[in-house]
Unconditional design. Structure first.
Lengths: 103, 303
């Protein structure tokens, strides 16, 4: 994977600033999973009850390489209000990773 | 399941009875043409947004957000703009989430930002047109403007430090999701990001030391020159609305073009970036998913 000059420019020109917010948040934390922290490369999370057990599961879209993405699926094996995620096999079609350009 | 590709392609995976999915297909417009977007379509949200009982698609593009109304026969009609107080909603390299965040019965919108952080758009209930959402409020501005240096990476070790390289705040290219993480009835934000760090090996060669130092010095010069130009325009791009951002970007480009060293620095910085990332692998990037729990809101006191 290659960082484009565009990405680099954005990264180094991002301004430091402070804004008041209408809602308050706790200090953020990372999601612990077996391999460390949930994430990857350009991670895009969303939630859906994949296995129909009443608990939303975690999906994270990632860029895999310059021409493909990957969708990681984490099954929620915790309890309501106390999620715990266990990685399943990545999303596949007919046994193969779909070729979706990520980024 | 529907995916938007980085290249503007749209991938629809139809569920099969009994489980599994059909191979990728491209949704069709009512004209019979494929639904394909220009480069940098970032996000698609399937939703019956106009309330007619058919699944629509909301397409978040780099320059605008459009509703593609579902016609109920698997195709989609002419797109309708969704705007914020008269301005387009458009952020590249980001995702969006719809939810009734403030509990007033109207769906609101969170959108990530390529620079990091997120914008909150309060819904008006109008759904489409110029005033579907109010003017956005920025949250979680980036806390650093530089690729972070990290010392002494042991040989062959995975770099856990990159998670903390920007502190406990989102990095760039934020992808926002809304979910009640802790079941307290308040929606929380779950945000994927991107962050980069430069690692010094434990026993660097003189060439590696020179390369890393050159990169760090040059990025400091480059970022400082951009910040001086931004200060001269008396504006911070982070806090600007979309309509202001396009004008600001043009003014900033014109100002930077007057700096005789700007282009040279940018070109050299890209070369060093390429060498560090692709050749020597001292520059690493990684994404993390951060959970921002919403604090309980103050209860209104009774008179």
């Amino acid at each position: 994977m290659m960082l484009s000059p565009f990405v680099l420019a954005l990264a180094i020109t991002a301004p430091a600033s402070s804004e008041s917010t209408p809602y308050a948040f706790e200090t953020p934390f990372l999601i612990p999973v077996e391999e460390g922290w949930a994430g990857g490369y350009y991670s895009s999370p969303t939630f859906y009850d994949w296995d129909g057990d009443g608990l939303d599961d975690l999906f994270i879209g990632n860029q895999r390489d310059t021409c493909g993405g990957v969708l990681k699926i984490y099954r929620n094996v915790g309890k309501p209000g106390a999620p715990k995620f266990e990685r399943l096999e990545d999303f596949k079609i007919a046994g193969a990773l779909p070729r979706i350009p990520g980024g | 399941m529907i995916h938007s590709g980085y290249d503007g392609s749209v991938h629809l995976f139809r569920g099969k009875p009994g489980g599994g999915f059909e191979p990728s297909a491209t949704p069709k417009l009512s004209s019979g043409e494929d639904m394909v977007f220009t480069f940098k379509l970032k996000y698609l949200l399937p939703r019956d947004w106009n309330g007619d009982g058919h699944m629509d698609l909301i397409a978040f593009k780099s320059t605008e957000t459009m509703l593609y109304p579902g016609l109920g026969d698997g195709t989609f009609g002419e797109p309708v703009p969704i705007r914020s107080n008269g301005n387009d909603i458009g952020f590249s390299y980001a995702t969006a989430a719809l939810a009734d965040w403030d509990g007033d019965g109207v769906e609101d919108l969170w959108v990530g930002h390529e620079r990091g952080g997120a914008y909150f758009y309060k819904g008006t209930g109008q759904k489409t047109g110029d005033h579907a959402f109010h003017t956005p409020v920025p949250h979680f501005p980036p806390r650093t403007s530089r690729v972070q240096p990290i010392p002494a990476l042991p040989e062959g070790a995975e770099p856990p430090e990159i998670a903390e390289a920007y502190g406990r705040f989102t990095g760039t290219r934020t992808h926002v999701s809304v979910w009640d993480w802790n079941g307290d009835g308040l929606l929380d934000l779950v945000i994927g990001d991107m962050r980069q760090a430069v690692y010094r090996p434990e026993h660097p060669t003189p060439e590696a030391t020179e390369l890393i130092d050159s990169f760090l010095n040059l990025q400091e010069e480059f970022a400082s020159s951009v910040e001086r130009a931004e200060a001269a325009l008396s504006a911070s791009p982070w806090s600007l609305t979309q309509s202001q951002q396009s004008g600001f970007s043009r003014q900033l480009s014109e100002l930077l073009a007057k700096d005789p060293l700007y282009e040279t620095r940018a070109t050299k910085l890209f070369e060093l970036n390429h060498r560090l990332f692709r050749v020597t692998q001292h520059l690493k990037g990684n994404s993390y998913v951060w959970v921002y729990l919403q604090k309980p809101r103050p209860t209104e006191t009774q008179p």
